[in-house]
Design a binder for this molecule. Sequence first.
Ligand code: COA
Length: 184
Amino acid sequence: MIELRDFVDGDVHDLFRWRREPEVDRWMYELPPEQFAGHQQWFDGLRADPRRRGWIIELNGQPCGALTLVGISPTQRRAQWGWYIGEADARGRGAGRAAQALGLDRAFAEYDLHKVWSEVPAGHETALKAQAAAGFRREGYLRRHAFKHGEFRDVVLMAILADEWAVRREAVRSELVKSGMITG
Ligand SMILES: CC(C)(COP(=O)(O)OP(=O)(O)OC[C@H]1O[C@@H](n2cnc3c(N)ncnc32)[C@H](O)[C@@H]1OP(=O)(O)O)[C@@H](O)C(=O)NCCC(=O)NCCS
């Protein structure tokens, strides 16, 4: 069973560990935080910033990952999506897709957004497939857009509009309810 909840003070430790985990770091543009103090600053900054929001993804009551919205713009009514399943044994079991459905509901309902968009490293088929399953569509392709460990990487722009999610959500949610991933 997947649920989302707000960040609490102690989550900073799980987030630090997850962000440094190789499979998570592999798909991030920036280098992982080396010092805990810098990470704590990021965590405090996010929680104090009305243009950013984070949730912990829980699998059967245990924290397993995080979902973030950044660049929340009340005037443009859009925000950028970010997510990861930090616990290795929780990946590849549908937790990401279930959290995604819950997160899209929160994003569109709580922030009155009209669009949620994301940047996905080209070749990250798990993320691209998962996002497409919720109705994200490919909007662009940014060549050599990110630079890490001495290499440029291409990035796929994905996005979903509020009315697209409204059409899709019932089907996505009912599958997840049927498989016991979320409550009805
Ligand atoms: C990308 C990420 C968030 C996706 O979350 P996830 O839980 O691993 O992915 P899904 O929920 O889509 O599940 C992946 C696989 O499990 C399958 N699956 C879905 N629901 C399932 C269920 N109920 N039971 C079993 N398997 C299921 C999916 O079909 C998918 O398989 P496929 O890719 O062969 O089609 C996660 O893999 C991750 O955090 N990766 C590292 C960090 C990262 O890449 N972040 C995103 C950067 S853009």
